[in-house]
Design a protein around this ligand. Structure first.
Ligand SMILES: [Zn+2]
Length: 179
């Protein structure tokens, strides 16, 4: 058996289907875009934390924002929270959250089955951000990267520069008595 046929026989840790990124062995989704039983949620932004799921698994640091946002969800799903680096189990699949540096509580999701490790990044940022824990690189065999602003046309300046632009804009408005 050549190495290519070995690779083909390994069942992927994470796959995608019509509801989102799915772990067949663990029977959970990561940031599903349709309602599911088990939703592991990378962070509390609306395009990742969607309504209608039965169980929400989130980081402890995003718990209060998650609770607040889901209070408007009629489905009233159950929320379960874990610390960064804390292992939890889904049908023999080891899962953990790791800082993504995007917003407070944002996480990459690490999924381990046997000796295979997959990581779904969620939104992430590698530059410094005083509002959240910095991105932590994870070793893995499969990396699923968010790329919302990944096109080369996006060239972001340093966060302190953008912050100064916002302050200047706010001052201009205040000087002109505009709310
Ligand atoms: Zn986000």
């Amino acid at each position: 058996m050549d190495s290519l046929s070995v690779v083909k026989q390994i069942q992927p840790v994470l796959v995608t289907n019509e509801k989102g990124i799915y772990c067949p062995k663990g029977d959970f989704y990561i940031d599903p875009w349709k309602p599911v039983k088990n939703a592991i949620v990378t962070h509390a932004h609306a395009d990742h934390l969607r309504f209608g799921n039965k169980n929400y698994i989130v980081t402890n640091k995003s718990l209060s924002v998650t609770r607040h946002r889901l209070s408007k969800d009629e489905t009233k799903g159950k929320i379960i929270a874990y610390e960064y680096d804390e292992n939890f189990d889904f049908n023999g699949v080891t899962v953990s959250f790791h800082p993504a540096g995007h917003i407070l509580g944002s996480a990459q999701v690490r999924v381990e089955i046997g000796n295979q490790v997959a990581v779904a990044s969620g939104d992430y940022k590698r530059s410094q951000d005083p509002t959240c824990q910095p991105f932590e690189l994870q070793k893995c065999d499969q990396f699923i990267s968010e790329a919302t602003f990944g096109l080369p046309i996006y060239r972001w300046r340093d966060g302190s520069h953008i912050g100064q632009q916002m302050i200047d804009w706010w001052r201009r408005n205040a000087d002109e008595n505009r709310p």
